[in-house]
Design a protein around this ligand. Structure first.
Ligand SMILES: [Ca+2]
Ligand SMILES: [Ca+2]
Ligand SMILES: [Ca+2]
Length: 244
């Protein structure tokens, strides 16, 4: 997408290709791992095998879940990446298909694997039998976590609850990422960027189309003090600067 000409088409669908799958082969950390089945291994969750190879490679499974315990998996992408999409392939093995995808879950991102920011939350998510695509507002982050907080009982397995994923993939979907709140385009949102937006809002500065696009934080086509304030919140670390 040409940022300089797209003030009014920010949300237009894009046919541009996906990035590579950033999660492939990365280090993962899980809340628990079911150990009694050699077809269920943590390393299978991002080994590039999307399908469920019964008895051989069926992905990762948590232990049996009881009480209000949450289960989660997070991926260390190795370095900060621009990301806006998580794709999950459920364990699909006949009647059991998709019971391993939680009913309620969140997707979160982090820079240190400890402090998390939720980028998507779902409740009452229907049992999928094929892959699911979870889009979220673009961010730059090193870690991404998928956490279940309410689980489906599997009637084909004594109503046991488990979280099970055959493959997990992470992408940037769309054109070249553009950081909002960064009118000067140096890749960082600083107080100076917020001031630039504020000056533009007050009519004290003329911005190029590209600068204006990046300064227009809420994407409504007008640069206002609210855009400047959002940039300021990013500059002082109160929120993560979104990518579009
Ligand atoms: Ca796999
Ligand atoms: Ca900047
Ligand atoms: Ca605006």
């Amino acid at each position: 997408m040409d940022a300089d000409k797209s003030l009014s088409v920010r949300f237009a669908p894009t046919s541009l290709p996906l990035s590579e799958n950033y999660a492939l082969g990365c280090r993962t950390t899980v809340s628990s791992a079911y150990a009694n089945d050699t077809a269920l291994r943590q390393r299978f969750v991002n080994d590039g095998v999307r399908d469920t190879r019964i008895g051989e490679n069926e992905g990762w499974s948590s232990k049996n879940i009881s009480g209000g315990k949450s289960e989660w998996i997070f991926v260390n992408l190795g370095e900060r990446k621009a990301i806006n999409q998580l794709v999950i392939y459920p364990r699909v093995n006949g009647d059991d298909a998709g019971y391993g995808i939680p009913e309620n879950f969140t997707v979160s991102v982090s820079d240190d694997g400890e402090s998390w920011e939720v980028v998507r939350a779902e409740e009452g998510y229907a049992r999928p039998t094929d892959f699911i695509v979870l889009d979220f507002e673009g961010v730059e982050a090193q870690y991404i976590r998928f956490e279940g907080t309410k689980f489906k009982s599997n009637p084909f397995s004594q109503n046991r609850k488990r979280m099970q994923i055959a493959e997990l993939e992470v992408y940037w979907y769309g054109g070249e990422p553009v950081r909002l709140g960064d009118p000067d385009g140096d890749g960082e949102v600083t107080v100076s960027d917020a001031l630039t937006a504020l000056r533009a809002a007050a009519g004290l500065a003329q911005l190029t189309d590209g600068q204006a696009y990046r300064a227009d934080f809420d994407g409504d086509g007008v640069i206002t003090a609210a855009d400047a304030l959002s940039a300021l919140r990013c500059a002082v670390g109160l929120r993560r600067a979104p990518l579009v």
